[in-house]
Design a protein around this ligand. Structure first.
Ligand code: CP
Ligand code: NVA
Length: 307
């Protein structure tokens, strides 16, 4: 078993599918009012260097819902903020808690923590990946469409979410078309590895109207991610043509669904009409974060074997 969850591309389709199916089972239990105390007596540390609403609260709610405990620590209030090495932090926290959930800038930070930790390290967003989010997205797709045999579309910045969607497409073997502005493509190495793994095309286009043709799962995200605030204004000007509005959405499959990991900037990457419209499953997607996080915590902490 892979002991840490750092990027989707590190996993087999069977493992990711297991996590999604388990999340759906836990969601069904919760709907029936069943609360399993599967992680009673266990504790996780959330180590966050960037803001969060959904990921923080859904990981905390998932852990408490499974009977466990959570310690939240913002990096700047910890000794990490004063320069304590990651390798020392990883080894110390491993002696206190059963898993470390990290939101930070560099992927190398989660990699170094994972290298030195003796408990699972879960990537709750870096500049390069947002793996847990894309698992929630795939869970939502399965719930709504009943299949991952989809034609997926990404419109906008080639950011952390785009990279994780590319890895998801390669692991599950579905075609993915991305409309990215020239100069804002996804990570080259991730793209190359993903294309080598998948038989189905992962295509980068410039024109969103061309990319969305026939797509049945359409994902968008902010044009300036956390850490890129200084570029916000410039990007706003550059990305105008990449807005998902009702007219662009009509070019997708008639039954297409719209995903956005949130937070959204209405009137920028997505219009209010589309976000609130009948094809949007954005709030189901947000809810599913909690269920997928419960499945992830259970699997990695209890070292569950895949059936
Ligand atoms: N989607 C997501 O990760 O949201 P937060 O930044 O609020 O955690
Ligand atoms: N791409 C966004 C995702 C936020 C959940 C960011 O990194 O800010």
């Amino acid at each position: 078993m892979n002991d840490h969850l750092l990027a989707l591309g590190d996993f087999s389709q069977a493992t990711l599918r297991f996590l999604i199916d388990r999340a759906r089972a836990l969601k069904a239990d919760r709907g029936l009012g069943v609360r399993r105390q599967l992680l009673a007596g266990r504790t996780i540390c959330l180590l966050f260097e960037k803001p969060s609403t959904r990921t923080r609260v859904s990981f905390e709610a998932a852990m408490y819902g499974l009977g466990g405990q959570v310690i939240f620590m913002s990096t700047k209030e910890s000794q990490l903020g004063r320069g304590e090495p990651l390798k020392d932090t990883a080894r110390v926290l491993s002696r206190y808690v059963d898993a470390i959930v990290v939101r930070t800038f560099g992927q190398e930070v989660v990699e170094e923590l994972a290298h030195y930790a003796t408990v699972p390290v879960i990537n709750a967003l870096t500049d390069l990946h947002h793996p847990c989010q894309v698992l929630s997205d795939l869970m939502t797709v399965l719930e709504v469409k009943g299949t991952l045999d989809i034609k997926a579309v990404w419109i906008g910045d080639g950011n952390n979410m785009a990279n994780s969607w590319i890895e998801a497409a390669s692991v599950f073997g579905f075609p993915l078309t991305l409309a990215c502005l020239d100069g804002f493509d996804p990570n080259e190495a991730i793209l190359t590895r993903a294309r080598a793994r998948s038989d189905l095309p992962i295509t980068i286009l410039r024109d969103p109207a061309e990319a969305i043709q026939g797509g049945d799962v359409v994902s968008v995200d902010v044009w300036a991610s956390m850490g890129q605030e200084a570029e916000q204004e410039r990007r706003l000007g550059l990305f105008q043509q990449y807005q998902l509005d009702a007219s662009l959405l009509t070019k997708a499959d008639r039954e297409a669904i719209v995903l956005h990991c949130l937070p959204a900037h209405r009137g920028e990457e997505i219009t209010d009409e589309v976000l609130e419209g009948p094809q949007s499953v954005i709030f189901e997607q947000a809810e599913n974060k909690m269920h997928i996080h419960a499945a992830i915590l259970e699997h990695f902490i209890l070292n569950r074997k895949i059936a």
